[in-house]
Design a protein around this ligand. Structure first.
Ligand code: HPA
Ligand code: ZN
Length: 332
């Protein structure tokens, strides 16, 4: 059994495997521009974030009913459980669905039906994080938060994703202020393709508690020092970084240097159906490419629970942390 871990950076739409995409397309009468799953997988050759996003938003056309979202989440949870996930904080992109005429309630209730039985079926506790698309307007983000108000009992926090460069965090100051007033936790993607300055801005202007990706902080030593001092968690996604050409190979990943610099880093899968692996595969990848020792893997697993939004259930966090400490790494 893999080391117990929390997954904190996972886009549920990014768990749509080609087989499920074709099954949903057939069920919903949607025609995909690929002859079969092999042809679709062939198209997973990305040159940057935007080339991925174009394909990713296109494939979402198959997601139409609440049941589709329930099946999507069930499939993720089953795979995640097999890779040691005990707690998952799951991103979703309502605007990618409402823009296609799928109501936000369909998305949230569909996902919620899966998450309601995740613990019993898969042994995974869950939280939902609503993400705003940063290449859409600030007004659209505000309207999305407004539309989510009847479902806030299902939502733990807000995030910010999609095309980063040219869409700095400050564009979303107002909607993050409103999210804070509503008692929602705040995270944001920053420093994936965008500069270290966006990481600072997400902290200072949006008040985020975690940074998603954030690896370009390494270009700014004073920012690294601050992130380490304030113990701001960074949710890294190593396989994603290679597939989206943020780095050349896993061996080039700054994870080890980030740990040495005292940063609070976690390992996650981002969009596992597209990037060649789920969270356990990301752990195995960095272990092999960077030569991480068992105690470093344990630190990553411990960080994942410490960085998770379990303040409403500290007893659970303590149980998970005890599982991490008791875990015996094998010889592999
Ligand atoms: N970056 C930004 N937006 C995203 C990503 C990502 O890695 N995955 C899904 N939406
Ligand atoms: Zn992401």
């Amino acid at each position: 059994m893999p080391v117990p871990k929390a997954e904190l950076h996972l886009h549920i739409e990014g768990t749509l495997e080609p087989e499920l995409a074709f099954a949903l397309a057939a069920r919903n009468g949607v025609t995909l521009p690929y002859v079969d799953t092999a042809a679709l997988r062939e198209a997973y050759r990305f040159s940057d974030l935007q080339s991925f996003l174009d394909l990713y938003y296109g494939l979402m056309a198959v997601l139409r009913t609440a049941e589709d979202f329930t099946e999507l989440a069930d499939a993720y949870l089953e795979r995640a459980a097999a890779q040691g996930v005990r707690h998952a904080e799951i991103f979703f992109d309502p605007q990618a669905h409402t823009a296609r005429g799928v109501p936000i309630g369909t998305v949230i209730e569909g996902l919620g039906a899966s998450l309601d039985r995740a613990e019993e079926r898969y042994g995974i506790s869950t939280r939902l994080i609503l993400c705003f698309l940063r290449d859409e307007s600030a007004e659209s983000a505000l309207a999305t938060l407004e539309a989510a108000k009847p479902y806030l009992h299902r939502i733990t926090g807000v995030g910010l994703d999609s095309a980063e460069v040219g869409h700095p965090p400050a564009k979303f100051r107002e909607v993050y202020e409103e999210a804070a007033r509503l008692g929602l936790r705040r995270v944001a993607h920053a420093g994936e393709e965008g500069p270290a300055a966006y990481v600072r801005e997400a902290l200072d202007v949006l008040g985020v508690e975690r940074i998603d990706h954030g690896l370009r902080c390494m270009e700014d030593p004073s920012l690294v020092e601050r992130l380490a001092r304030e113990r701001v968690p960074l949710t890294l996604c190593p396989l994603s970084n290679v597939r989206l050409r943020v780095i050349d190979t896993l061996a080039d990943h700054p994870l080890r240097a980030m740990m040495t610099a005292g940063l609070m880093v976690t390992v996650n899968s981002d969009d596992p159906a597209y990037f060649g692996g789920y969270v356990g595969d990301n752990f195995d990848g960095v272990r092999d490419a960077l030569g991480l020792e068992p105690e470093q893997l344990r630190e990553l697993a411990r960080n994942s629970f410490e960085a998770s939004f379990l303040e409403d259930d500290e007893a659970r966090r303590e149980r998970y942390l005890a599982e991490v400490e008791a875990y015996e790494f094998g010889g592999a």
